[in-house]
Design a binder for this molecule. Structure first.
Ligand SMILES: Cc1cc2nc3c(=O)[nH]c(=O)nc-3n(C[C@H](O)[C@H](O)[C@H](O)COP(=O)(O)OP(=O)(O)OC[C@H]3O[C@@H](n4cnc5c(N)ncnc54)[C@H](O)[C@@H]3O)c2cc1C
Length: 392
């Protein structure tokens, strides 16, 4: 029988979308979840888990069938990200970076040759992707980037450093932004598709992390790395619109992942609250614990509705829905962090033990609050749209 919480999550979904949720959840719980703690302990990148996604079409949910993908609609893509993130942050990140940032940008702006070259490989899992955006000087103010592209015969030389680059050592495709002219700020930016294996002058080094160590975060150095003219995605100097549209889609999938994590906090906390006892009763019977559970449910559902609405708008053909993307990302990442904190409180001291998943979820949720625009950036964007300072 469907519980009230399941009914809310399924609100207004098509039969196909419900079936995708059911099958991805069953797969993720059986094939991924049992192994996550082991990868976490060993700080190991889950290549073997990622490989399991390809035969199910889960590596190319934004890629149309003609390029080997399994695209049906954007809401379904969001549900896939949500369900994968419910069990594993890294696996969901692989899908989200490859589809929202790389594949969607190639589909939107790439040449037919670029589509043929990259999309089937991404869908098959032969090409994992990294987005090389953030620099040591900052990730929020992307127009201030320092990585340069200098025009030379037949192509460009890339020079600069990108930091916090997820999946970098395993990636076969880098989505890179660099500037041809720093004085032009965002108007100097160009987007490139770079094959890190065949490009000389790229060094990938470890970016040491206190936690989140199995995401394979790296520092990527471009030392006059030559890329040919056909590595440009879109047009020279028109990289900022490419990036803007990519981030819009990235915010959708990151928000969907946050909903998955917020849901996981609930899924862990509810049985614990109804099992753990204090003062002769279940802790879930205390009003103060009930308040936390009610707020966790409320935040998750509000965020989910914002994410699905954004997906619907994209399915209706609205390419840029930036205020809705910011609202969804802000609400969902806050929900993921707040649910992890409330969940930890429900678990008490056990949330800090080695095997407690809820404690790990807090750091993962916090990182999601930084990626694809920090909360501060989204507050700023929402206010600027509301005040008419920003139009699109
Ligand atoms: C686990 C993890 C994975 C990541 N993966 C990737 C990746 O694959 N590729 C990639 O390119 N990057 C990646 N990042 C980087 C991430 O996108 C950046 O951390 C993020 O964009 C913020 O940039 P920053 O850390 O340089 O902070 P800064 O830009 O230096 O900002 C610092 C603080 O100042 C605030 N701030 C900045 N501007 C304003 C303003 N105008 N008003 C108010 N407050 C402001 C910010 O919100 C933040 O709180 C990853 C980060 C983490 C933690």
């Amino acid at each position: 029988m469907t519980t009230p919480l399941e009914r809310m999550a399924d609100f207004d979904l098509s039969d196909h979308q419900r079936e995708v949720r059911r099958s991805v959840r069953a797969f993720a719980e059986a094939e991924i979840l049992p192994h996550v703690e082991e990868y976490e302990r060993e700080a190991r990148y889950p290549v073997e888990l990622v490989a399991k996604l390809a035969p199910l079409g889960l590596l190319g949910p934004m890629i149309p069938e003609r390029y080997g993908g399994s695209f049906s609609d954007v809401v379904t893509y969001g549900i896939i990200c949500e369900e994968l993130a419910r069990v594993d942050w890294v696996v969901a990140s692989v899908v989200s970076v490859a589809n929202s940032l790389a594949a969607s940008s190639i589909l939107r702006t790439g040449t037919e040759e670029q589509k043929e070259r990259y999309l089937p490989g991404i869908a098959k899992g032969e090409i994992l992707c990294s987005a090389c955006l953030t620099e040591p000087g900052g990730g929020t103010d992307l127009a201030a980037m320092q990585t340069t592209a200098s025009k030379v015969e037949g192509g460009y030389l890339l020079r600069g450093t990108k930091v916090f680059i997820s999946h970098a050592e395993h990636a076969g495709l880098f989505f890179v932004v660099a500037t041809l002219d720093r004085s032009k700020a965002h108007k100097g930016v160009t987007a490139f598709l770079v094959d890190p294996h065949s490009t000389e002058g790229i060094t990938i080094s470890d970016f040491p992390m206190r936690t989140l160590r199995r995401d394979n975060l790296a520092e990527v150095h471009f030392e006059d790395a030559f890329v040919p003219e056909d590595a440009v995605l879109g047009q020279e100097g028109r990289g900022f619109p490419v990036l803007g549209a990519a981030l819009d889609m990235g915010r959708f999938s990151v928000a969907a992942r946050c909903v998955g994590q917020a849901q996981r906090c609930l899924d862990l906390s509810i049985p614990y609250a109804m099992e753990r006892e204090a003062f002769g009763q279940k802790i879930g019977e205390f009003q103060l614990i009930q308040l936390k559970v009610a707020e966790m449910v409320s935040r998750t559902e509000q965020a989910r509705l914002l994410v699905y609405r954004l997906g619907r708008m994209k399915d209706a053909g609205l390419e840029r829905c930036s205020i809705e993307a910011s609202l969804a990302k802000l609400a969902a990442s806050r929900a993921a962090v707040a649910n992890a904190l409330d969940g930890m409180q429900i678990f008490g001291g056990y949330s800090c033990t080695a095997e407690a998943e809820i404690g790990r979820l807090l750091m993962e949720a916090k990182a999601l609050e930084f990626g694809e625009g920090t909360s501060e950036l989204h507050v700023k964007l929402i206010a600027e749209y509301a005040l008419g300072i920003r139009k699109h």
